[in-house]
Design a protein around this ligand. Structure first.
Ligand code: SF4
Length: 369
């Protein structure tokens, strides 16, 4: 077992000895302190899977209403497999990272065709489903099926880095792999699902990020080298991400007869398949817009500025300026529709990057006519 990437002061044998006895402490704490969450009421593989996919990149509090709505609308793998694309996008609207949703449905279709609608009771088979990586496969296998495999997310890397006082960079794949080995040494063979949830729960509620571990209430405090060495608050080390690319956009809500023009984004790439207002790759000032539109064969009747907005994706930022433009006519292309505000509220899933402008529309700040 190679733990050298972790740059520890202990040998592998010492680490093994140190962590082997920790699972009972952690599980006793979890039994007393776990949060009541809707996906914990029933450990069926479908519910565990959907919740884990939703929780990627999204906070627990934000996920809860989405999860409940999703389970009510699509209570089974079969229902998800057959769901209408527009209705599914509407259920996901606002959660972001829409490729998760598309993979969820592709995987559901594969589960229906290859596994009779039941997620496979097998870690390797789960890994082969679209959108399921090592973490999600480990979570579903251990929580729903009691299979003794690790599920290591960002919370768990943080807990382990502090517990062992490891200065290693947790952004590096070899470091993640070594921490996974440590987690497997700790794992409870009799309660693997609870163990994995307990580690995540400890990271999410006690061993908090950003220099804020709450060590006095931690069940592992007597064994924590980060606490003993006073390194915990500064850990884990993580190399900074590359700066995001900035893209400038002009968002235009073209309005005609009480409707607003929408267009569907391409089926691949950022926000694939979602609806958006018309956007131009430029940051147009109010005085530039009329000539710009006329070049495109669009004759504005009136123009009102809607202000600026920003949206941050993982690798890119959109810096936007928005306008409401009244028109009598528009050169429509395939994939464009005129929609009422009610239809935008109920039917069309608008990319959440455009929320500022959607809210302006739904709160009737626009004249529309
Ligand atoms: Fe984290 Fe503190 Fe617990 Fe160590 S003792 S695992 S630093 S909360």
């Amino acid at each position: 077992m190679d733990l050298s990437p972790l740059q520890l002061s202990l040998s592998s044998a010492q680490v093994q000895k140190k962590v082997a006895s920790l699972a009972p402490l952690l599980l006793a704490w979890y039994d007393q302190n776990k949060r009541e969450l809707p996906w914990r009421q029933d450990n069926s593989a479908y519910r565990v899977w959907v919740s884990e996919i939703m929780l990627q990149q999204t906070r627990v509090a934000a996920v809860i209403p989405y999860f409940e709505r999703f389970m009510q609308a699509l209570p089974t793998v079969q229902a998800l497999a057959q769901a209408d694309e527009t209705a599914l996008a509407k259920l996901w609207e606002g959660l972001g990272y829409y490729s998760r949703m598309r993979n969820l449905q592709k995987a559901a279709q594969k589960v229906v065709s290859d596994y009779n609608g039941v997620l496979p009771n097998d870690y390797e088979a789960l890994l082969k489903l679209p959108g399921i990586g090592e973490y999600t496969a480990g979570a579903v296998a251990s929580i729903a099926y009691g299979i003794a495999v690790a599920a290591v997310d960002g919370n768990v890397y943080r807990v382990l880095a502090r517990l062992l006082s490891s200065p290693a960079d947790i952004a590096l794949p070899k470091v993640k792999q070594a921490f996974k080995l440590v987690d497997e040494l700790m794992l409870s063979p009799t309660r693997p699902g609870d163990f994995n949830q307990a580690m995540m729960e400890l990271g999410a509620t006690v061993c908090l990020p950003n220099t804020a571990p709450n060590c006095p209430v931690c069940p592992l405090s007597a064994h924590c080298l980060g606490l003993k060495n006073k390194t915990a608050a500064a850990l884990p080390n993580k190399s900074p991400k590359k700066p995001r690319r900035i893209e400038q956009k002009t968002v235009v809500l073209f309005c005609k007869g009480g409707k607003v023009l929408l267009q569907k984004r391409p089926p691949k790439g950022l926000l694939a398949g979602l609806w958006e207002f018309i956007m131009f790759d430029d940051f147009l000032q109010p005085e530039e817009l009329p000539a710009y539109l006329e070049q495109k064969g669009i004759k504005p009747l009136s123009i009102s500025a809607l202000g600026q907005a920003k949206h941050i994706f993982s690798h890119v930022e959109w810096h936007m300026t928005g306008y409401e433009v009244q028109v009598n006519d528009f050169p429509l292309r395939a994939g464009m529709v005129w929609a009422t505000p009610e239809e935008i509220g109920s039917t069309y899933a608008i990319a959440s990057a455009l929320n500022a402008y959607k809210q302006a529309l739904l709160s009737s700040q626009l004249s529309l006519f």
